[in-house]
Design a protein around this ligand. Structure first.
Ligand SMILES: *Cc1c(COP(=O)(O)O)cnc(C)c1O
Length: 408
């Protein structure tokens, strides 16, 4: 049997559409929304067996349910898509959460303990940065923030500080679109007992599969491109150590309580089915928009890894299928011109978040990264004039026309 033949699907969309689905007991085409907080047993003995894990079956919706399982198995299939390890298709376990932040909380609180350190880099999602400072630090877990694009710095920290137990990457990072070399960092971490986790929200498994580079965990805010339509907040934590995921990580999710709900899981499941065709369109639009902005006299800087001039162009090209739908840029005149530009938009949407069908434009310094201290913000490259854009799947001519009129 060829390597490929071992994998359940040849195509990514086939996996996105079919993986995780189980025939419904009433033969409904789509898994119905199981709006039920608890699940019943035929007998006391059956209940006991389910609690002990001796029999499969649902118990209580904070722990799991059919809509959660379908979404979880689908995401796991996509992150593992066509990856082979020890001659077998890679097996992953995903745990669905109520939000991306809940998934990150389960990850860090499930893995780290007081005295441990987490090594991470400049420019992370604003909420992640605040979680590290405001929740982890008082618990005695320090986040060391350095520029991990410099592999010498990464190696130095890994070698000298034995209390570093996790490396946390976000690539491309929000909102500077900096990219970190996942394979190089994972190689450095090997043999030091350090777990590597990647926030893959900006890329989705269609553009980038960190498990190819042997990371331990991948997480997503499913709110973004995975859901794809802006209909529900959600998150997921995925791991390759199935035993660890089923025990410690599952327990952490259950006890911290950041569980998903059946309706949001249903919406996520439907959204993921079109991930490939949406991402193709998001990305081809973004490439055109980036070139337009880069050539515009009002624009002083465009952060987009698809441009050959971008510092991380080579890293992005190596680990991503396309440079992605996300970019940020600065205007001549800084903040004042930025505000004018945002207010002039007629079609593109003024909103934070990303990954929806429409193009979203936001101002990180006053919105998503308002909670990050200004000195840090500037150091991370989040200047007062920076504008972030999630390029949508409208017709690109209309996106460019709107940007052009708003800039003039
Ligand atoms: C939105 C986002 C998060 C947080 O996810 P929520 O679903 O809002 O809790 C984390 N990381 C990145 C990169 C994000 O864009």
């Amino acid at each position: 049997m060829s390597e490929n033949a071992r994998h359940p699907y040849i195509g990514f969309s086939s996996a996105a559409i079919h993986a995780g689905h189980k025939t419904d007991s009433s033969y409904a085409h789509l898994t119905p929304i199981y709006a039920s907080s608890t699940y019943v047993y035929d007998t006391a003995e059956q209940g006991m067996k389910r609690f002990k894990g001796e029999e499969d079956g649902f118990i209580y919706s904070r722990w799991g349910g059919p809509n959660f399982s379908e979404a979880e198995e689908k995401i796991a299939a996509l992150e593992a898509y066509q990856i082979t390890t020890d001659g077998k298709p890679l097996e992953l376990k995903a745990i669905l959460h109520s939000s991306g932040m809940a998934a990150i909380s389960t990850l860090v609180l499930g893995v780290l303990k007081p005295g441990d350190k987490l090594l991470t880099h400049y420019s992370l999602y604003g909420g992640t940065n605040e979680l590290f400072y405001k929740i982890l630090e008082p618990l005695g877990i320090e986040a060391v923030i350095v520029d991990l694009r410099d592999l010498n710095i990464a190696e130095e920290y890994i070698r000298k500080d034995k209390t570093i137990k996790m490396i946390y990457l976000e690539t491309p990072a929000n909102p500077t679109i900096q990219c970190v070399d996942i394979a190089a960092i994972t190689t450095l971490a090997k043999g030091h007992g350090i777990k590597v986790a990647v926030d893959n929200t900006f890329s989705t498994p269609y553009l980038q599969q960190p498990f190819q580079f042997d990371v331990d965990f991948v997480l997503h805010s499913t709110t973004k491109f995975l859901n794809g339509h802006g209909t529900a907040i959600g998150g997921v934590l995925i791991g390759k150590d199935i035993e660890l995921m089923k025990t410690r990580m599952e327990k952490t999710k259950r006890l911290l309580g950041g569980s998903s709900n059946p309706f949001d899981a249903f919406l996520l499941t439907q959204g993921m089915k079109t991930l490939e065709i949406r991402m193709e369109r998001h990305c081809s639009n973004a490439e055109r928009v980036a070139v337009f902005l880069n050539n515009h006299p009002m624009v002083t800087k465009v952060n987009y890894p698809g441009l050959a001039s971008h510092k991380d162009h080579d890293v992005a090209s190596k680990q991503m299928r396309h440079p992605g739908p996300m970019m940020s840029f600065e205007l001549k005149g800084g903040l004042e011109e930025g505000k004018k530009f945002i207010n002039n938009l007629k079609m593109c949407t003024r909103a934070v978040s990303l990954g929806t069908c429409d193009t979203l434009v936001s101002h990180p310094a006053s919105m998503t990264h308002y909670g990050v201290p200004e000195v840090d913000r500037i150091k991370f490259g989040i200047t007062n004039g920076l504008i972030r854009m999630s390029v949508g799947i409208e017709n690109v001519e209309d996106i460019i026309r709107d940007l052009d009129q708003a800039l003039s």
